[in-house]
Design a protein around this ligand. Structure first.
Ligand code: HEC
Ligand code: HEC
Length: 320
């Protein structure tokens, strides 16, 4: 069956501002670190690769990150088509003729090489606080991708200005006191899950086109991903009864590594990037940090949310 398209539902309005403030950075600015971030932490390939016939992203090196995945999104009452871009080093159709600074600007501010605004399906608004060294590492890795001439269709809608970048100060801190032995780990998790944008972009309720997520309810879930006949709703990750109350850090880690819902064992529904080739390949240290962070957020009541067809291993039948 032909893959159906996810529709990201973004309401239209306008609101307050915020500015990116990059803080954390990592010592190793190299392509290996960049590959790790692209593949195992930020799941760029899920969007920037044309899906296979079964709807799941292809990990075939010949089309990985060559773009072309189609997205439908609503702007007001109308629906438009958007296509993820070719990130390979092809000069004509990829990033081969872009400067490093242009690539960085696109990833973190949503402005492309022609000064055009990117549509916020691309989570640049959540990537805006990636540390400078990590950003350089991502660009170094993208430069290693062999050229792929895949030509991506034009979008059917052009935005006049990009969405606002998440203000780092509105990404919640762990509720642990600084004296707690897990404090430093949880704050490293804040960088990965929140400032880098690995989890906050999907696990926060949507707000407006201009300010894509409602940061007063960061990590409280409720973002809709209509995927063909079924709508998946992102889970509330805060330790409230409607979210992950009672989950240990180890249970969070096992869920992400194995892509199995706690207690039930069913695979999580797309687009949750759990399991091998995605967040399941995060280093044990990074997983511990993320789990220590989300299990120590302040609880927010919202939900519960999940797949609407609970129990069905949805996503393996071509519906992603
Ligand atoms: C949720 C889906 C999604 C994810 C995740 C995502 N992107 Fe994108 N990206 C898109 C879409 C869609 C566009 C095109 C937006 C437009 O044309 O307005 C895009 C555009 C871009 C562009 C602009 C390229 C051009 O030719 O204009 C760059 C660079 C980019 N993405 C890099 C990345 C990197 C690096 C990552 C991971 C760190 C990433 N993206 C993760 C969906 C995504
Ligand atoms: C592309 C969007 C997306 C990203 C990125 C994402 N998630 Fe999810 N996540 C979801 C959706 C949607 C669900 C609901 C899936 C389901 O119900 O089967 C989910 C489910 C989960 C669950 C299971 C909750 C439960 O009640 O069973 C956990 C735990 C989780 N995510 C943690 C994370 C963490 C931690 C990160 C960052 C490392 C992350 N997610 C990144 C979309 C995403």
């Amino acid at each position: 069956m032909s893959p159906t398209r996810p529709v990201l539902v973004l309401a239209l309005a306008l609101l307050l501002g915020g500015c990116g403030d990059s803080s954390n950075s990592h010592p190793s600015v190299n392509a290996t670190r960049g590959q790790y971030l692209v593949e195992a932490v930020l799941a760029c390939g899920d969007c920037h690769t044309t899906p296979q016939a079964n709807g799941l992203p292809s990990f075939n090196p010949s089309d990985f990150l060559a773009g072309g995945r189609e997205f439908d999104a609503q702007v007001g009452a109308a629906s438009f088509k958007f296509y993820s871009r070719n990130l390979t080093s092809d000069k004509e159709n990829g990033l081969g003729s872009w400067t490093d600074d242009q690539i960085k600007r696109a990833i973190t501010t949503g402005v492309d090489d022609q000064n055009g605004a990117l549509f916020p399906i691309m989570p640049y608004w959540a990537f805006g606080n990636i540390g400078a060294d990590d950003l350089s590492a991502i660009v170094k890795y993208l430069r290693t991708l062999p050229p792929n001439a895949n030509a991506v269709p034009d979008n059917t809608f052009n935005l006049t200005s990009p969405a606002k970048i998440i203000d780092a100060s509105s990404v919640p801190h762990t509720s642990l006191p600084a004296s707690d032995p897990l404090f430093a780990s949880a704050e490293r998790g804040r960088y990965i899950a929140g400032l880098m944008g690995a989890c906050i972009s999907c696990h926060t309720p949507t707000k407006t086109l201009d300010e894509p997520v409602d940061l007063t309810r960061a990590f409280a879930g409720g973002q809709l991903f209509p995927l063909g006949p079924v709508t998946t709703v992102s889970a509330n990750l805060t330790p409230d009864a409607t979210g992950l109350l009672g989950w240990s850090a180890g249970e969070v880690i096992a869920t992400i590594q194995k892509n199995q819902e706690r207690g039930v064992g069913r695979p999580l529904c797309p687009p949750m990037p759990a399991g091998p080739n995605r967040d399941g390949d995060m280093t044990p240290g990074d997983l511990v940090d993320v789990a220590n962070y989300i299990t120590t957020l302040l609880p927010i009541a919202h939900g519960p949310f999940g797949c609407t067809d609970a129990g069905v291993p949805y996503g393996l039948d071509g519906a992603f």
